[in-house]
Design a protein around this ligand. Sequence first.
Ligand SMILES: Nc1nc2c(ncn2[C@@H]2O[C@H](COP(=O)(O)OP(=O)(O)OP(=O)(O)O)[C@@H](O)[C@H]2O)c(=O)[nH]1
Length: 607
Amino acid sequence: MNIEEMQARQKHIRNFSIVAHIDHGKSTISDRILEATHTVTEREMQDQLLDTMELERERGITIKMNAVEVHYHAKDGENYIFHLVDTPGHVDFSYEVSRSLAAADGAILVVDAAQGVEAQTLANVYLAIENDLEILPVINKIDLPAADPEAVRTEIEDVIGIDASDAVLASAKKGVGIPELLEKIVTDVPAPQGDLDAPLQALIFDSAYDSYRGVILTVRVMSGVLRPGEKIKFMNSGAEYEVTEVGVNSPMPIKRELLMAGDIGYVAASIKNIRDARPGDTLTHVKQPAAEPLPGYQPMTPMVYSGLYPTDNAKYNDLRDALEKLQLNDASLEFEPETSQALGFGFRTGFLGLLHMDVIQERLEREFDLDLITTAPSVTYHAYTTDGEMVEVSNPSELPEVSEIKYIEEPFVLAQIMVPNDYVGAVMELAQSKRGEFDTMDYLDANRVNVKYYMPLSEIIFDFFDKLKSNTRGYASLDYELSGYRQSELVKIDILLNNEKVDALSFIVHRDFAQERSRVITKKLKEIIPRRNFEIPVQAAVGSKIVARSTIKAYRKDVTSRIHTGDPDRRAKLLDKQKRGKKRMKAVGTVEVPQEAFMAVLKSDEE
Ligand SMILES: Nc1nc2c(ncn2[C@@H]2O[C@H](COP(=O)(O)OP(=O)(O)OP(=O)(O)O)[C@@H](O)[C@H]2O)c(=O)[nH]1
């Protein structure tokens, strides 16, 4: 391709992302775009094609963004190249959203015609606005009986403050509105700028490990041209490699002769050291390098930490390798080694939220075949000691002795809850019971309000979201951002099994809730921990004072022996189940503690 051809091609590129609140239909719209542009044949088409991760399909959610090249023949007779970057909608994955937005020039904003603007609609569209993206509103699901597109149009204008007079009315499910949307992408999303003659600058916005080809980078080329055979340099890490292959995903990888300014595609360079190739870094040529790297990403601060331990101690190194590989693919994941008396060697791992934690744990188990024990998630506390120091505590068992602590601070968030009028009372009652402090309340329209509360992050993690959903029959949506640290009356609860303190079960809680949560957890542990042929006391203690207790009775009868006479099929199944269940158990002293026990602290009483 010569320079004129490249210039002509650049004018026909459209890079865009899709942002929305969870379940408003992003993935379905992406699928329809792939179909309508014949990127995939109907036979290849399966629901949620871009959600390639097995886990994403099972749960019906998007976790990782995906960048796909699509070709579109427009009404003006020209052929256009679309690069579509799908993004997740869940609050835990907003990091992925902001990364993908940095690669795009426009954003399709999908709003459900029956639900209207929700908490993450706002959060995500503001990220897009901050990134200077052209916003194309789409009101989706107009086929639903409860759809009220006109009300939603007004809401988009009033609440978000963007023009929605020509918003596309769509039903992704029925394929309605997709042709209009494709035309709008051509006319409204600006073609990428970017000097083809300038030194290479390519923003790495994602990377994944491939055991044959090494690290595969997903990049947005901002200036210059990149070809196979060229020597490249990572501007922040300083590492140098030779490019072996460039190409695009469409959605399967297709090799290309080059990637040019404006393109989104992949780069392979036999990169073996995953630390060399971090998302946010800038690629340039070794010869004629760019003067400076592109602004990278703000590092994300994890919201919660938990301990990850292999059930089999010999797998410690495998766990570290797996975490390193996942980190490459998920820059928001953070980990460092830690030791637990009860669980041995493992890693204190930081996550953006509980869903993120769940996803990482499942990916470690499925993709890397590891069996893990995960300890209860904890926020990071600031403990100020009597000798004037501040200790960051993300592992409750590491909280200094009470006598050494002057005071403790905990992270607070400003939570934004959007909810129909009828449920405002229920929301306020709940927020107040979780130590929330009222901030403001605004009307979104005649029937819905946006209530803001300052809340301890630990309470949000505990069960706030579940309770919010159940107390509002699923109508409330929640978004939150850290607002800072506040001093609180916090205490550490230790759990003793058979009179031995189990460090991995310690947790920190507000003094007012200490008694109640200790009672609940000792009761839960009694149900969860398998009986032995001796009695096991389960105690919760604050310092040396026991505040709650239960007893796991010794078993008398050999229950398993009765199964021997039963249906052999059933017995085999039972044994198999036991065997699988066993893996996720850890012997702590003389007691076998199953995975579930470490999460018992997250359970509230009614469950
Ligand atoms: N009735 C109706 N349902 C739709 C429409 N578009 C999507 N849905 C359904 O809404 C649900 C959510 O759609 P998704 O496309 O998975 O939503 P998403 O926004 O990608 O969700 P995440 O990937 O989890 O962030 C699915 O059950 C879809 O079948 C539509 O136009 N009409």
